[in-house]
Design a binder for this molecule. Structure first.
Ligand code: SDX
Length: 433
């Protein structure tokens, strides 16, 4: 809290009544919405509210986890720049940082990795649940249901006030997401499940559960293992995005973290959010060749289509994650061969970065624009792309959920509304309708 002195106030004149109000300005440029309620025309009025569809200008929480400085394209986890973490850290080390607020020392990291490694198995009943889905069930539908189902195996997770209990559940979810995702993928392919291997890294184990066939020892290519680790670091958290907001809102009724997170995953699934990486690939595939780009861009300018993978509520500059992903793509394509859709993506970006329609709307590539090209080159089906976003974002959702659970300022989320419906009227008997 900055030092508070007399001038840190807003003077508000209500011209309907001529009344003057003084409202405190806090933490630099924030007023408390409740300070508006005193503004009334009649004493019986409810009082002034702020109307903000989509929460474009509403801070509904304080947080110490992630800061996004949209105008400058800056992203920092607990103060550390994303570029340095992507370059020098690992996903599980970043997960520790996001959850605990500090980088671990060697013993802390080894203990954390050990805990996660030894919680990767799911109860065998979960396999029966997965068997209930059709082969062509979307992996996100399977994941959302199965994560909620996990709550039935750990009823003690409801005891969210106990820090030790929260920690056990957080480790469980973090550890089991890759297992559930791999099992969903193997179900889709009609292949037997490959169980977690404790001797492999987080991402190598995930790739092994996805792609190992038969007894052949599967060795994920180190460049692909590293690229996936970097992608996981980049997707770990992003302050109050739609799905994290869902996590905090659902969690505010004090339920268990599994059911709460299934709601966050449902929010992520939408094509405007984490479903965008899948939508990007479908868009690039539909465009097919660079010759078709002018016609497609015309349809975007006419407002008929969205340029998926572009634009962002906060970033009004290049998403720093897209820059790093683009570099990682080169390393992946060295191993897998160049994804032909890259040429279409690069041409779309070239046009968007120079044309008035896109520049005016700050439509820069976001995290979802290039990630799908890497996932496709690595052999992932498009249905799995949102799942590849959900796995790393699990640590962001859980860290933000825990921050909400222990925040004394937080209460159950229950916004107000501006009522525009019918005024009071009497019931009309059927014969009179
Ligand atoms: C993620 O919040 C996060 O941090 C999210 C995320 C995270 O890490 O959690 O960063 C991950 O979800 C990235 C975003 C992925 N989504 C997409 O790529 C889908 C395409 N992008 C958009 O739909 C849109 O840009 C959003 C949803 C990302 C942001 O929406 P806003 O802030 O509500 O912006 P808007 O829809 O009000 O658009 C402002 C204007 C509009 O034009 P006008 O009505 O003023 O004429 O820009 C236009 C929009 O039509 N616009 C686009 C566009 N995005 C916005 N026009 C064409 N193509 C686009 N991609």
């Amino acid at each position: 809290m900055s030092h508070h002195n007399a001038k840190d106030t807003l003077s508000i004149t209500d011209n309907r009544t001529g009344r003057q109000y003084e409202v405190d300005v806090r933490e630099g440029d924030v007023i408390r919405a409740m300070d508006l309620r005193q503004i009334k025309v009649n004493e019986s009025d409810f009082g002034m509210m702020a109307y903000d569809p989509g929460f474009t200008n509403t801070a509904f929480t304080t947080s110490r986890i992630t800061e996004v400085k949209g105008g400058k394209g800056i992203l920092e986890y607990r103060g550390y720049p994303i570029e340095q973490l992507a370059e020098q850290s690992s996903f599980l080390e970043v997960a520790y940082l996001i959850l605990n607020g500090e980088l671990p020392d060697r013993r802390e990291l080894d203990d954390f990795v050990h805990e996660v490694t030894y919680h990767t198995y799911v109860h065998e009943n979960v396999l029966t649940i997965l068997q209930g889905f059709r082969y062509d069930a979307h992996a996100m539908g399977m994941m959302i249901s199965t994560v909620a189902a996990l709550s039935t195996f750990y009823p003690e997770a409801k005891n969210i006030e106990d820090p030790a209990n929260r920690r056990v559940q957080i480790i469980r979810v973090l550890a089991k997401m890759p297992t559930l995702a791999a099992f969903a993928y193997r179900h889709h392919k009609g292949l037997p499940y490959v169980y977690p291997e404790n001797g492999l890294s987080y991402t190598a184990n995930f790739l092994n559960m996805l792609f190992r066939i038969g007894g052949r020892e599967y060795q994920p290519h180190p460049a692909l293992e590293r690229a996936l680790d970097i992608l996981f670091i980049l997707h770990a958290d992003h302050e109050q995005n739609c799905s994290t907001t869902a996590m905090r809102v659902i969690g505010s009724s004090r339920g268990d973290p599994y059911c709460t997170m299934s709601g966050a995953m449902a929010a992520l699934y939408g094509p405007l959010h984490g479903g965008a990486n899948e939508a990007v690939l479908r868009m690039l595939t539909e465009i097919g060749t660079t010759d078709n780009i002018p016609a497609f861009m015309d349809s975007v300018r006419r407002g008929e289509r969205r340029l998926m993978g572009f634009g962002h509520r906060v970033y009004k500059a290049y998403d720093p994650r897209a820059t790093i992903i683009k570099r990682a793509a080169d390393e992946v394509f060295e191993v897998t061969g160049r994804n032909p859709l890259l040429d279409i993506a690069l041409e779309l970006e070239r046009i968007a970065l120079q044309e008035e329609y896109f520049v005016k709307r700050n439509l820069y590539p976001n995290v979802d624009f290039y990630s799908g090209l890497i996932y496709q080159a690595m052999g992932f089906p498009v249905e799995l792309f949102p799942v590849l976003f959900a796995i790393p974002r699990t640590v962001g959702w859980l860290a933000q959920w825990e921050e909400m659970v222990v925040d004394p300022e937080q209460r159950i989320a229950r916004p107000r509304q501006v009522f525009r419906g019918h005024p009071r009227r009497d019931y009309v008997p059927m014969e009179s309708r």
